[in-house]
Design a protein. Structure first.
Length: 330
């Protein structure tokens, strides 16, 4: 029998803060991280993509920082690998939105270069990068607090003096659709630095509005995280196609003797071919132009372990797209 009594183990925090400019995302993340790191008696680190904005608070909060000039997914993962190897158990990522911007810009380039100008298929090429970033966050051997920008909207309302005044509202976070599912705690900040807890797996703060959450909030989170059964620590390094260097390096190609890798790649390519050429009730769901573009995307993928993951993600994407088109045609 494979079932056993469930018990909650000690956890690493995955917390995301999002809000418009000026809502206090950076400072809030730093203060929460300081609360957790203080309880642990360890230093914490920051991956800063916001033009060194975190360092403006270095006179009040002590931390180590990687000021990332290049803001690609590969550089995010490389920096996370460096932090893991250095032993940082608390890591702030400020912010994740630049990684998403890289992907959307790449989708635009692929779409404009395609014959069909169909951005849906462009995501089949780009999605593996987003998946690697999410896996890196989930596999990091420590607590992570990430910030995300949100799209901004101005509304006219009544101020304290009774006069009409514009108010800046944050909308959805600037990151991939469904990114909220990857975090244990999701907090939306407003211009008054109030945080609305929109998702909470601790069960302690759901739907609460917290005024300027800081070190005390971080300490409370840590107490909950450590209240479960202790687990044996594992030496986990975040997945990356790179070595841990300041610049991305190219993935090496497999040797000729790696027949298994080639066979698996060919099998997935065949499955993709079957999906995009599927006929239902005499109707094809993918056009010839789209199939040609998919062939070009496949040809650009190298026969490596990372390439195999890209092919698998592309297959999953095509399966989802086929399902959507089939349902729409029904």
């Amino acid at each position: 029998m494979s079932f056993k009594k469930a018990e909650r183990a000690q956890l690493y925090l995955r917390c995301a803060l999002f809000g418009p400019s000026g809502s206090g995302k950076t400072m809030t993340a730093l203060r929460i991280a300081q609360g957790i790191a203080g309880k642990m008696g360890v230093p914490f680190a920051v991956i800063d993509t916001e033009a060194r904005s975190a360092s403006k608070y270095a006179d009040r909060i002590t931390f180590d920082v990687d000021d990332m000039d290049k803001k690609t997914v590969d550089h995010y993962i490389c920096s996370m690998n460096d932090a893991a190897k250095a032993g940082y158990k608390v890591l702030v990522i400020d912010s994740l939105s630049h990684g998403w911007r890289e992907l959307t810009e790449e989708v635009d380039r692929i779409t404009q270069a395609s014959a069909s100008k169909n951005s849906v298929l462009s995501w089949a090429k780009v999605s593996p990068k987003q998946k690697r970033l999410v896996e890196a966050i989930l596999n990091y051997p420590g607590h992570i607090i990430a910030t995300m920008r949100s799209k901004t909207e101005w509304v006219i309302g009544e101020g304290k003096d009774g006069k009409t005044t514009p108010t800046k509202l944050g909308l959805a976070p600037e990151q991939g659709k469904g990114i909220e599912y990857e975090f244990d705690l999701l907090m939306e900040l407003n211009q008054n630095h109030h945080a609305l807890v929109t998702k909470d797996r601790t069960g302690k703060f759901q739907d609460e509005t917290i005024n300027k959450p800081g070190e005390d909030f971080g300490e409370a989170l840590y107490d909950w995280l450590m209240s479960g059964t202790a687990v044996k620590p594992e030496a986990v390094i975040t997945p990356s196609p790179q070595k841990s260097t300041s610049k991305p390096v190219k993935t090496t190609s497999p040797t000729k003797g790696d027949a298994s890798l080639k066979e698996r790649s060919v099998a997935i390519i065949k499955e993709i071919g079957d999906i995009v050429t599927a006929v239902e009730n005499g109707q094809e769901h993918f056009t010839e132009e789209e199939r040609g573009e998919i062939r070009q995307l496949i040809q650009s993928i190298k026969m490596t372990e990372d390439g195999l993951k890209e092919l698998q993600t592309m297959k999953e994407y095509c399966v989802d797209e086929l399902g959507k088109r089939s349902k729409k045609a029904a």
